[in-house]
Design a protein around this ligand. Structure first.
Ligand code: NAI
Ligand code: ISE
Length: 334
C-alpha cells in the first residue's frame, strides 16, 4: 500500500517533489496539501489529485496522512516540524531546518523527548553521485589527509528579496552541511570576505562573497558564493590532499564543435543539476519511513548547519574570524 504524504508549501520545490512522488518514484502518494497562497495549492493539487487543507496543522493531523513533507519558506519550517513531531509523524523538511540555531535546537529537543527519530532534513547533496564519488576516494585514504577545499556555488541570478545573509542561510547552507560530512570533521571558525560587488546585484545585496571555514585539524575551506553570475548554475568542489587532488565531476554534456568553436553546455538551475539527487533522497525517505525508520540527514545535522550559518552571518557583519561552537553530538543521533 502507498505511504500517504501531506505536503506543506507547494511553490517551486514543493511542486518538484509532488511531481517526482506522483510520476517518478514508487511507494508514496500525496493525499493532502496546503499553501498560504491558494493559487499555488490549486495548481499543485491538479498535479497529483490531492485534497487541499486549510492549514499545516490540518495536513499534519489528517488521518489519511502518514508522513509530512515541508517545503514552505524557511521561517515557517520550525512550527510545522514541531507539530509533526508532536503528532508522532515522520517529517521531511527542506533546508534550512529552521532559520535560527535556537529553533533547530527546539526541534532536536522535541525529537529526543519523543524518543524516536522522525525528522529528515533536505540536504540532498549527500545523495548526489558526484559528491559520493569524492567521499569514497577521501574515505579510502589513498590520497592522504585533506588539507584544503575549494568550492563554488554560483546561481545565474536572484530576485530582489534575496538578501546578503541569504548567501549563507539559503545558498551556502548546502556546502555547510555537505563539506563537513565529506571530510568527517567539524568546523571551528568562520570568516567572510566581500570582493568587488557585481554590477548585476541590487543595491542591498553584497554579491559575490568569499567564505572561509576552518576545521578541528586545520583544514581550510573556501566557498565562493556568487548568486548573479549570469552564465549558469555552477557547483564545484575540489579537495586538495597530501598525495593528490580530487575534483567533483561536472554534469555530462556533449562537446559541440561548431563555427570554429568548441563548447560544452552547462546546467542553469538546481532543479536539473540535482534532479537525480532529489529523486534518490525522496525515495530513500519513503522507503525508510515505510519500515518505520528515518535514515537521511538528521535534525542534529540541521542544528549543526544553523550554528555554522549563524557564525558566518556574524562574520559578514564583524569582518572578523568568528568561532563556531556546537557541543558534542547526543548519543541519540550517533
Ligand atoms: P517558493 O517561494 O517557490 O515556495 C514556497 C511556498 O511555501 C510558497 O508557495 C508559499 O506560499 C508557501 N508557504 C510559505 N509559508 C507557508 C506556510 N506557513 N504554510 C503553507 N505554505 C507556506 O520557495 P521554494 O524555492 O520552493 O523554497 C521552499 C523551501 O525549499 C525553502 O526552505 C528553500 O530554501 C528550499 N529549497 C531547497 C532547495 C534544495 O536544493 N534542496 C532548492 C530550492 C528551495
Ligand atoms: C535555493 O534555495 C537552493 O537551495 C539551491 O540549491 C541554491 O543553489 C540556491 O542558491 C538557493 O537559493
Amino acid at each position: 500500500m502507498d505511504w500517504r504524504i501531506g505536503v506543506i508549501g507547494t511553490g517551486a520545490i514543493g511542486k518538484e517533489h509532488i511531481d517526482r512522488i506522483t510520476n517518478k518514484l514508487s511507494g508514496g502518494k500525496i493525499t493532502a496539501l496546503t499553501d498560504v497562497n491558494p493559487e499555488n495549492a490549486k495548481s499543485a493539487a491538479s498535479l497529483c489529485g490531492a485534497r487541499i487543507e486549510h492549514s499545516d496543522k490540518d495536513v499534519i493531523n489528517a488521518p489519511d496522512v502518514d508522513g509530512i513533507l515541508v517545503a514552505s519558506w524557511g521561517s515557517a519550517h520550525a512550527s510545522s516540524v514541531l507539530a509533526a513531531i508532536g503528532a508522532g509523524k515522520p517529517v521531511f523538511c527542506e533546508k534550512p531546518l529552521a532559520t535560527t540555531a535556537g529553533d533547530c535546537k527546539k526541534i532536536v529537543d522535541a525529537e529526543m523527548n519523543r524518543g524516536k527519530k522522525l525528522v529528515q532534513v533536505g540536504f540532498m547533496r549527500r545523495y548526489d553521485r558526484g559528491y559520493l564519488q569524492v567521499k569514497e576516494i577521501l574515505d579510502g585514504g589513498k590520497i592522504g589527509k585533506p588539507l584544503m577545499l575549494h568550492c563554488t556555488h554560483r546561481n545565474m541570478s536572484v530576485g530582489e528579496n534575496y538578501t546578503t545573509d541569504m548567501a549563507v542561510t539559503d545558498t551556502a547552507i548546502h556546502e555547510i552541511d555537505c563539506l563537513h560530512w565529506l571530510i568527517n570533521e567539524q568546523y571551528v571558525s568562520a570568516q567572510v570576505l566581500f570582493p568587488r560587488a557585481t554590477k548585476y546585484c541590487h543595491p542591498k545585496l553584497r554579491d559575490p562573497q568569499f567564505m572561509i571555514l576552518t576545521t578541528e585539524s586545520g583544514i581550510t575551506i573556501d566557498i565562493e558564493v556568487f548568486v548573479n553570475c549570469q552564465f549558469g548554475y555552477d557547483i564545484e568542489c575540489e579537495v586538495c590532499c597530501e598525495d593528490g587532488v580530487v575534483k567533483m565531476p561536472e554534469p555530462a554534456f556533449p562537446t559541440l564543435r561548431y563555427k570554429a568553436a568548441r563548447s560544452v553546455a552547462m546546467e542553469t538551475d538546481w532543479k536539473c543539476r540535482f534532479a537525480d539527487a532529489y529523486d534518490v533522497e525522496i525515495q530513500d525517505w519513503i522507503n525508510a519511513a515505510k519500515e518505520g525508520k528515518v535514515k537521511g540527514p538528521t535534525a542534529w545535522d540541521g542544528y549543526l548547519a544553523a550554528v555554522t550559518a549563524d557564525a558566518l552571518v556574524k562574520a559578514q557583519g564583524s569582518g572578523r574570524v568568528e568561532p563556531i561552537t556546537t557541543g558534542p553530538c547526543p548519543d541519540f543521533y550517533k
